[in-house]
Write a protein that binds this ligand. Sequence first.
Ligand SMILES: *Cc1c(COP(=O)(O)O)cnc(C)c1O
Length: 324
Amino acid sequence: MWRYREAIPLDSNSPIVSFAEGFTPLLPVEIAGRQVLIKQEQLFPSGSYKDRGASVMISQIKQLGITKVVEDSSGNAGAAVAAYCAAAGIQCDIYVPESTSPSKLAQITRYGATLHKIPGSREDTAQAVMTAAEDTYYASHSWNPFFFHGTKTFAFEVCEQLGWQAPDTVILPVGNGTLLLGAYIGFSELVKSGIINRVPRFIGVQAQRCAPLFHAFTTHSDTVACAATGEKTMAEGIAIAAPIRGQQILAAVKHTGGEFITVNEMEILASLTAMFQKGHYIEPTSAAAIAGIKKYVEVQREMGTIDAHEVIVSAFTGHGLKST
Ligand SMILES: *Cc1c(COP(=O)(O)O)cnc(C)c1O
């Protein structure tokens, strides 16, 4: 991804922390009888696209001379930050909900990070890290803008792989929006530099059990939060009840003429199994996006609005071994 170095706002090259990550394959996968182009983001060094953001953010933190950070995560961002901190020689403490997949926890500790398992919801974990961040640098994937300067390279790669054309539609799983907003920023920068002429339509997929963006969007409400009650979704990577960039995500999706789709647990499980049967070993959070694509295509089919030329792009965001 560092092939786009000029577009990444770091002052100097000396501290770049990289595992030569990125430029993941963009492969056609058939979903509900339709060809969709899927970025193989599960192939990153730490097993999720979060490496895009971590590489840029940790490079910037190293440049600032910071030697210790804290971060909170539902697992994958924590693993990515831990991996890049290990390479940079930066100490890190990762806060996760106690219920996080055991393999993600093992991965975080094996990179050498100190793990803090917090009882309760994802929001309780966010509270705990805020206290730790009172005296230690908070390397947050949701707050830190440099993380988004990493994830925006998703859009650059998609365009380059399509011969510097934008796709028509981008369908992504969304919680805090680190991939969706990053991709939106990337496509917007390509429009500004005259490489493409419009940002594709963005469709955000949320789990029905935790869908604050969907609810805010459909009720035209300003509050992007939902009560953290009821049963947990298996899409742990996007179970964000109160996304801090909620307004920004809503505005981005609206600006592209897009929408939000929710999927239930049965649909997530069915898509996960369907992808396994095609040889794509992804994690349940990634399957939520696939279930969303299936719904999107089925609605189009029902309404007779299928356009065979519509180029749809999505991602396998995380590797299945992370939640086995
Ligand atoms: C982080 C993540 C997402 C997207 O989550 P955001 O909260 O929107 O950043 C999707 N899938 C996986 C596997 C993830 O780790």
